[in-house]
Ligand binder design. Structure first.
Ligand SMILES: NC(=O)c1ccc[n+]([C@@H]2O[C@H](COP(=O)([O-])OP(=O)(O)OC[C@H]3O[C@@H](n4cnc5c(N)ncnc54)[C@H](OP(=O)(O)O)[C@@H]3O)[C@@H](O)[C@H]2O)c1
Length: 257
């Protein structure tokens, strides 16, 4: 086979929130495509379980307990990862938390707003900035990817804080795509639709949601973490070397129905 741009052999990829859900789905596919992985999560047990699963594919896996909302933790964690793995070629800023617990905008406590911003926006900023510093100082550039959400563009009722972080992440990625292109760094955002993970556990068990929202997903099912393997491999690989500044919707057709 002559055309093999999706082969990730020799690449080192960091996935924040890589110990479960969408992040683990992406990490698992990239490990199968040959990459060495660094995964970040705040929970040590989940990190250990994910590391075992990813190592089964035969490549190096470095799991770190890093709270992305802490600037110092991200700076230290990134440096530790580079020391351990030699370099980092792609960074997936994917760690995130859900929004207000189905409360109206008027009843959203400021603490909830701050909590969501600290992980979903501060965390992405700290992570992408360390990645940019690393990739701009070396040969070969790299790929930055952030997990945004359809909530950024759809008008997510009762979820203003979460939606605001995701809209901001798209803007941050576009800015990175323009500024960092001169270093060979590309930057893209993934917008998942409704995906069955721990984050959406309540919606998955909600009858009204099942009756009213799921029928509006043309694919007629919840998305799965594994549905993000292909886009992750593509964005980490040389196949996407001229693809930057984009927002890639992975939602079973929900946004256009
Ligand atoms: N599920 C959906 O329908 C959906 C739709 C659109 C967008 N998204 C986005 O997709 C991304 C992944 O979500 P998911 O559905 O896979 O959720 P999930 O299953 O709840 O996973 C969240 C991940 O983020 C990590 N995380 C959370 N807070 C963290 C922190 N402070 N520091 C480091 N890691 C942290 C978690 O690890 P620990 O538990 O170890 O902290 C976990 O690995 C998020 O950005 C989310 O907003 C999800």
């Amino acid at each position: 086979m002559a055309y093999q741009p999706f082969d990730l052999s020799g690449k080192v990829i960091l996935v924040t929130g890589g110990n479960r859900g969408i992040g683990l789905g992406m990490a698992d596919a990239m490990a199968q495509a040959g990459a060495d992985l660094v995964i970040w999560g705040s929970n040590a047990e989940r990190n250990a379980a994910a590391k075992t699963r990813l190592e089964a594919h035969g490549n190096r896996v470095f799991a770190q307990q890093v709270d992305v909302s802490s600037e110092q933790a991200v700076v230290d964690g990134f440096a530790e990862a580079v020391t351990a793995m030699g370099r980092i070629d792609s960074v997936f800023a994917n760690a995130g938390v859900g929004g207000a617990k189905n409360r109206s905008f008027m009843e959203t406590p400021s603490e909830d707003y701050r909590r969501v911003l600290s992980v979903n926006l501060d965390g992405v900023f700290f992570t992408l900035r360390e990645a940019g510093r690393h990739m701009s100082q070396r040969e070969g550039g790299g790929s930055l990817v952030a997990t945004a959400s359809l909530a950024a563009i759809e008008g997510a009722a009762r979820n203003q804080a979460y939606a605001a972080t995701k809209g901001a992440v798209i803007s941050m990625i576009r800015s990175c795509a323009v500024e960092l292109a001169r270093y060979g760094v590309r930057a893209n955002a993934i917008l998942p639709g409704w995906i069955a993970t721990d984050m959406t556990a309540a919606a998955q068990e909600n009858d009204a949601f099942t009756r009213k929202v799921l029928p509006r997903v043309p694919a007629r099912r919840w998305g799965e973490p594994e549905d993000f393997g292909g886009i992750a491999v593509y964005l980490a690989s040389d196949a996407s070397r001229y693809h930057s500044g984009d927002t890639l919707v992975i939602d079973g057709g929900y946004a256009v129905f």
